[in-house]
Ligand binder design. Sequence first.
Ligand code: GLN
Length: 242
Amino acid sequence: MSDSSLRLVWVYPDLLSTYGDQGNALVVERRARQRRLNVSRIDVRSDQPIPTSGDIYLIGGGEDRPQRLAAERLRRDGGLNRAVANGAIVFSVCAGYQILGHEFVNDLGRPEAGLGLLDVVSVRGEGERCVGDVLADIDPRLGLPPLTGFENHQGVTHIGPSARPLATLRIGKGNGTGDGTEGAYNDTVFGTYMHGPVMARNPQIADLLLKLALDVNALPPVDDQWYEALRTERITAAGQPA
Ligand code: GLN
């Protein structure tokens, strides 16, 4: 972590922030403050340079055209790649997730280069758009409770050998490949199709990012009974065991 304060960077709110994904930044800030951590949040618009000294970077989802514009600018800027090379943590949603991969299909129907920070490639799904509620079990290595959220995307994401699926689906389409996976991650870079905002529904993901940024195994506990009651409600409403 740089200096004494944790630097949280919210990338391109003007292009990538569908379905309230900005809520993820609010949740990371709140979970940090609940642990009395000093956190500063920097919102970086797409006409501004990406700072390379951030500890945690968050990227949201977007429509197809803003997604292409964001990818062009992030490639040209290069700051996010430099930050990851310096050990920064990145958490991305939907369009942001596709941009972090090697390639995705843009709004013009052409392959568009991503940032190559996550070993995934996204193509345009031939079938129906993936829309609806999702319930998935996060990779047990990450020690997190079941993931709930909703998805709305046409892209289908294939995971390469140096990334792992973030979760295994119980309900929903996730990566859309039919292999039952949702999202992907490596040591410091995470991607998911989940909106919600996903961290408002699964605040333990914010805690995971904080732990990685601080290089600690645990954080002081906080009262999560409301979050857990809501999670249980959503899971049982989906007809699943909690
Ligand atoms: N435009 C992308 C797709 O449809 C991402 C959509 C989103 O971020 N919700 O696959």
